[in-house]
Write a protein that binds this ligand. Structure first.
Ligand SMILES: [Zn+2]
Length: 492
């Protein structure tokens, strides 16, 4: 008797497990997410750098063989399955309870599977922590020169991109990922990436979607109606998702670096243009916004206008708003506090990148003002590099002599005969404010503070580590155009 009831219990427990396992699994995933949010370094170590690359390699190996989107076909089949189940319920062919149970089981499985094959990447540390950046405060002092530089680069890289360039662009994007993966903390090659066209491009166009990553089959998708000028950037963005970068800001940032670090002008233009749009959005509240906007090349502006009109034509406003609201809550649930505004956070990432790459910068630029006679050399020395100008200047001279741009022999004929080397003197130009000008109270306070700081700080000769035996400090007055209120009069 006892044996029988034991058996019955075992059968009952088995039945429960058989029905409940998808829910148990999803409960486990749910709890592990709560744990992951608090432990990003563990996720980085075990999931993003351990399990995920293996999953990506495995899944993309299969999806890479199929030329069409498995993700899209999969969802069509699931929706058809749910609808046909509903029809069978209506015709009383299957029990409603059973149908609801199966549907819920399916949803629980999708939920768990999504996180297991990709979604845990949402809980890895932010990119600045992964790469080890210092994050500067984003202020206009840093923002303006970077905006200026992006405008210049967009203008100078202007090019028109053709549809026929697509397969070449894919190769170039891959090439750039291979070269720059170390700097971006990306695990290359991480499987295969075959760009696929969305099955319902025009519907996704109405939603305002240019591309997406399908995690179940590790596939990247690009909208068929995407404009060629956006293709390199969007492709690089979707590839970033495949590399386990979930945040939209980070994917935008990675796409930007991948595009501009390529030698190819099509990639550069697409990268700068896309970023310029994000920067202009942030700059639109600035008083001198127009001044910046006017610096943009007319051809680039006409690309902007065409682009805006084109996508507005594709978009269905209410559908796109719904999509945006849904994605907004989805991102917020997944640890992206800013929701869809996260796309625009690329601006602060790019600023940090400029800032951090400048910290260790040590390079120079030569400008021949009067060729061979007056040459301007600009040193770009980061905060973290010792400013040994004396030493670097010698290196610049070596470079320029080697390239034949200058000769280090004395220019005086009498000395040239004996091939005497030229001697060098450093002249530091010290700008002095003469007492001839009427300054406002605030300006006078600023100047007083400046004088005080000069007393307290080390001299420029020491700061630039120049050789004090051959340095001359020359004082040059600052001249200001000021109206003369009262002239001195001559007595007769
Ligand atoms: Zn994205």
């Amino acid at each position: 008797m006892q044996n029988n009831s034991k058996k019955r219990w075992i059968v009952r427990i088995r039945k429960i497990i058989l029905y409940a396992w998808p829910f148990i699994l999803s409960l486990f995933v749910f709890l592990s997410i709560k744990f992951s949010i608090r432990n990003p370094p563990l996720i980085e170590h075990y999931y993003s750098k351990g399990i995920y690359p293996a999953i990506a390699k495995f899944l993309s190996f299969f999806s890479n063989i199929v030329p069409f989107s498995l993700w899209d076909v999969f969802w069509v089949l699931i929706i058809l399955l749910i609808i046909s189940g509903l029809i069978l319920v209506l015709f009383k062919k299957i029990k409603p309870g059973w149908y609801i149970l199966k549907t819920l089981q399916l949803l629980a499985l999708f939920y768990s599977f999504f996180y297991i094959v990709w979604g845990y990447n949402y809980f890895r540390p932010k990119i600045e922590k992964r790469i080890g950046w210092q994050m500067p405060k984003t202020d206009s002092m840093i923002f303006r020169p970077i905006l200026d530089s992006i405008i210049k680069q967009t203008n100078s890289n202007y090019i028109s991109i053709a549809l026929s360039d697509y397969s070449k662009i894919d190769t170039l994007v891959e090439e750039s990922y291979r070269k720059n993966s170390a700097e971006l903390g990306i695990n290359y090659p991480n499987g295969r990436r075959r760009p696929k066209t969305m099955l319902f491009s025009s519907f996704y166009g109405e939603l305002g979607l240019n591309g997406y990553f399908g995690p179940f089959f590790n596939e990247i998708h690009v909208n068929y109606y995407l404009l060629p000028l956006d293709y390199p950037f969007v492709l690089a963005h979707e590839k970033a998702h495949q590399f386990g970068i979930t945040s939209e800001a980070e994917a935008n940032f990675v796409a930007f670096v991948i595009c501009i670090k390529s030698e190819d002008q099509r990639l550069k233009y697409s990268g700068y243009l896309s970023l310029l749009l994000y920067f202009l959005k942030d700059a639109s509240h600035m008083k001198d916004y127009k001044e910046y906007f006017n610096k943009i090349d007319m051809r680039v502006i006409s690309d902007f206008r065409f682009r805006q009109k084109y996508y507005q034509g594709l978009e269905n406003k209410s559908l796109s708003k719904m999509q945006s609201a849904a994605y907004n809550s989805y991102l917020k649930v997944n640890n992206i506090e800013k929701g869809v505004k996260n796309y625009n956070q690329v601006v602060s990432l790019v600023i940090s990148w400029y800032y951090n790459s400048n910290l260790n910068r040590i390079d120079y630029q030569v400008n021949q003002i009067i060729p061979g006679v007056l040459i301007r050399v600009d040193f770009h020395i980061g905060f973290k590099v010792e400013p040994k100008i004396n030493l670097y200047f010698k290196e610049v001279l070596e470079d320029m002599t080697a390239s034949g741009e200058i000769k280090l022999e004395s220019t005086f004929d009498s000395l040239k005969k004996h091939s005497m080397p030229a001697d060098f003197k450093y002249i530091l130009i010290d700008r002095i404010m003469p007492n001839d000008y009427k300054l406002s109270g605030l300006e006078n306070v600023t100047l007083a503070l400046h004088r005080l700081s000069r007393l307290l700080c080390i001299s420029d000769v020491k700061a630039l580590q120049l050789d004090s035996t051959n340095t001359i400090e020359e004082r040059v007055p600052i001249t200001i155009d000021q109206p003369v209120e009262r002239r001195i009069s001559r007595l007769r």
